[in-house]
Ligand binder design. Sequence first.
Ligand code: ZN
Length: 352
Amino acid sequence: MRPRHLVKPSKKLTFLLLSRTDRPVRRFKISKRALVGVPAAVAAAAAGSAIWQAGIQAHLQVKIAELDEQLAKKQEQYIEMENRKDATIGSLQTEIITLSEQSQKLQQEMDAIFALQDELKAMAEEEGVDWPELPGETDSNPKGQPVTISSVGGSARPDSPAIPRVNIAAAGGLHTPATNDHMNALIAETKTELTQTAVHLEELAEQMEASRKALETKIHRLRTTPSIWPASSRRITSGFGIRRDPFTGRASFHAGLDIDGSQKDPIYAAADGTVETVASDAQRGNYIILNHGNGIKTVYMHLYSFSVAKGDQVMKGDRIGRMGTTGRSTGTHLHYEVRRNGEPVNPMAYLR
Ligand SMILES: [Zn+2]
């Protein structure tokens, strides 16, 4: 049996803290449980830290993976963009080459038109048309020197030197990609060609306008010249000039042509003009005077009937009346006169 006074063993440990001898001793009591708990807490803290670190690491790994993915995507986009850029450059180059080819074709067509114009000029001059020289000044000719077609540089004229051309597509054998320098040269050439073509086009338009006016003048002159026969028949029974008067037998001046024919044969206007007179008298019978301008008039006498009235506009070849034998006439015929500035002239000089 244990004695009662025996002290129960304490659950606490006592620590004595001794410092310098002149200071009192300090005493701490710590429970044994606490003494065991501290390392456990430290261990737990360490374990927690490890878990936390692992968490961060995992988080970072996720982040890195995400960034990796983004980077890959960006790279893909970049490559795609590069490809697209290449495709765009390629298509632009194709367009430039096409444009350049079109420009060349345009110039060839211009050459053909100029050649045609020259041909027309030669033909017209042969027919007595006063073909105009090219109008003197154009915007492209600020010095005011007369522009002849060949004086303008460029290749739109067969006789002008052609522009040296960078030929990208040709030069068989080795094919290397066109450089920027190639393309820039081609663009510059095409620009120059197009500018020249525009200048030539302007010239051509002026030239053609002048030609049109010259032709119009010529056509008007032809249309107002009494060059066609005024009757179907071309049998002349009495010519222009001195003759024996059929009524008196004496020499007299015959101011026109007597053209044979049948009663009511159509009578035609010998040229474009205006009906100036439709009248009758004892000498001329039924007669018509046409005014063709430029001092030229034609007269038709001894008509059976009229098909026009005073003031009418007539065209060359229009029927103006019918043949007869009215007035001082010995039989059915047309007395036809051409007057220039009031004076009768030989109609044969005009008739074709
Ligand atoms: Zn006569």
